[in-house]
Design a protein around this ligand. Structure first.
Ligand SMILES: Nc1nc2c(c(=O)[nH]1)N[C@H]1C(S)=C(S)[C@@H](COP(=O)(O)OP(=O)(O)OC[C@H]3O[C@@H](n4cnc5c(N)ncnc54)[C@H](O)[C@@H]3O)O[C@H]1N2
Ligand code: MOO
Ligand SMILES: [Mg+2]
Length: 420
């Protein structure tokens, strides 16, 4: 009998790699380059916002007490003693009957406790002196943005691990982060194995296929925010593959191979793990596709043997590689976000293994529906193109029906969750 592998539950496989997760490093980079990177430190408010009381409108700063007599038939007048725009500091303190002409964003003069918008004020000049009159009463504090009303100094604004989007970037700029500490992108090596593999620019030949896995994995790595290094495609040859795997291991933070991981006569990855004396964490998982997914540690480096079958390779990455990379990238929610959905088709045949069906989700009548994105086979590549979720169909003795409640893992989501 060939060597028998014992399948372990998906959760167990995930926890075995999780226990061996490496921590990430930090880069200090200019704010212009931080899009889609993750913060490696908490961001606190280095000052209050606003740091001075300011006007939200173009108008007049005045003392509300001076408006108590104002009414529809009675206007009150103010002597305009100063004129300031945003960025200019008021020099005059306001006394009874005085107003400052003030623009949006300018600091409120001492003595003033409200802003009257231009729209309720009339202006005139008398003997070269500017005046303003109005017929409305004002309340103390009306139309004033108080110092610290948005954020107090020392407040935690954005936790470490957050991905930097345009809003986060605005906050960083507000607080003077010209350089930002972000998680360093781990470099993941990719090696595709298979004598049948052609490059993407080669013409198809009988018995051969183009290498799609290397491009797919590179793209999955990029989606997570890490970097990759492609070491090329190799023929199924033990010595050559061993040499390339050992060389690559020394140059990357993590290594992924595709193909050659099952029990075929030209599946050399198991022999390579032996030769490397790698610590094999698992080599059979009770899941479909991707049951032959293998993970090992060589030295300190995680080494994944993903299946050659494209869908199995894809799912193996999402379940076992992605959370580790997201952890290295300082994500506090490294696992795929899992939500409830309504199954949109029948899966009548039971399967002892848990299935991860490449799916797309739609929303109607307030609920999420999950439908297969193509043929549900491990060797299929086309169902991946339209997949934005994996529908989880737990292994067991029953099938599933259209309308059943299921759980789906979201592939394009950027928030994630704390546990699998
Ligand atoms: N007797 C058994 N046979 C197989 C078993 C088993 O348990 N017993 N497992 C099957 C399962 S499940 C899978 S999945 C595959 C896994 O195969 P490998 O990981 O060893 O991959 P290969 O044999 O190298 O290739 C499988 C398949 O994938 C194509 N391939 C490979 N590399 C690429 C690539 N870079 N881009 C696109 N397609 C690729 C390859 O041509 C093969 O068709 O084993 C089953 N067999
Ligand atoms: O590993 Mo295979 O993908 O279960 O089909
Ligand atoms: Mg094989």
């Amino acid at each position: 009998m060939e060597d028998m592998r014992k399948p372990i539950p998906v959760e167990e496989a995930i926890s075995r790699v999780w226990e061996r997760r490496p921590n990430g490093a930090t880069d200090d980079i200019p704010i212009t380059d931080v899009d889609n990177r993750r913060l490696s430190d908490d961001i606190f408010a280095s000052h209050s916002v606003p740091s001075f009381p300011k006007s939200p409108y173009d108008g007049f700063a005045l003392r509300s007490a001076d408006t108590t007599e104002a009414g529809r038939n009675h206007s009150v007048s103010f002597k305009v003693v100063e004129h300031i725009g945003a960025g200019e500091l008021p020099q005059k303190q306001l006394h009874e009957g005085e107003a400052t002409r003030i623009m949006t964003g300018a600091k409120i003069p001492d003595g003033a406790d409200c802003i009257a918008m231009f729209e309720i004020c009339q202006t005139y000049t008398d003997n070269g002196q500017s005046y303003m009159s109005m017929t409305r009463t004002m309340e103390s504090g009306q139309n004033i943005i108080e110092e610290g009303s948005e954020v107090a100094k020392g407040d935690l604004l954005i936790p470490r691990g957050t991905m930097i989007n345009p809003g986060v970037k605005a906050v960083l700029a507000t607080f003077g982060y010209s350089d930002v500490k972000v998680s360093r992108k781990p470099v993941v090596g990719i090696i595709a194995t298979g004598t049948e593999l052609l490059d993407v620019d080669e013409d198809l030949e009988p018995g051969k296929i183009r290498n799609s896995n290397a491009y797919m994995i590179a793209s999955q790595i990029k989606r997570v925010g890490a970097d990759y290094r492609y070491f090329g495609k190799l023929e199924d040859n033990l010595e050559e593959s061993y040499d390339m795997v050992s060389k690559a291991l020394a140059e990357v933070d993590m290594l992924i191979t595709t193909g050659g991981v099952s029990v075929g006569d030209f599946d050399f990855m198991p022999a390579i793990y032996d030769k490397l004396e790698a610590d094999v964490l698992f080599n059979k998982v009770a899941m479909r596709p991707g049951s032959v997914t293998t993970a090992a540690v060589s030295g300190d480096t995680l080494l994944y043997g993903l299946s050659g079958n494209p869908s199995a390779c894809y799912v193996g990455f999402e379940l076992f590689v992605r959370p580790i990379l997201q952890h290295q990238l300082a994500s506090q929610k490294p696992f795929l976000k899992r939500i409830k959905a309504v199954l949109g088709t029948d899966f009548p045949k039971p399967n002892p293994f848990t299935r991860f069906v490449r799916s797309y989700i739609t929303y109607h009548n307030g609920s999420v529906h999950a439908l297969p994105s193509g043929i549900d086979k491990s060797n299929v590549v086309t169902s991946l193109a339209n997949a934005d979720a994996l529908t989880v169909l737990p292994g067991g003795t029953r099938g599933f029906k259209n309308g059943d409640d299921v759980e789906v893992l979201l592939l394009d989501d950027r928030e994630g969750q704390r546990e699998f």
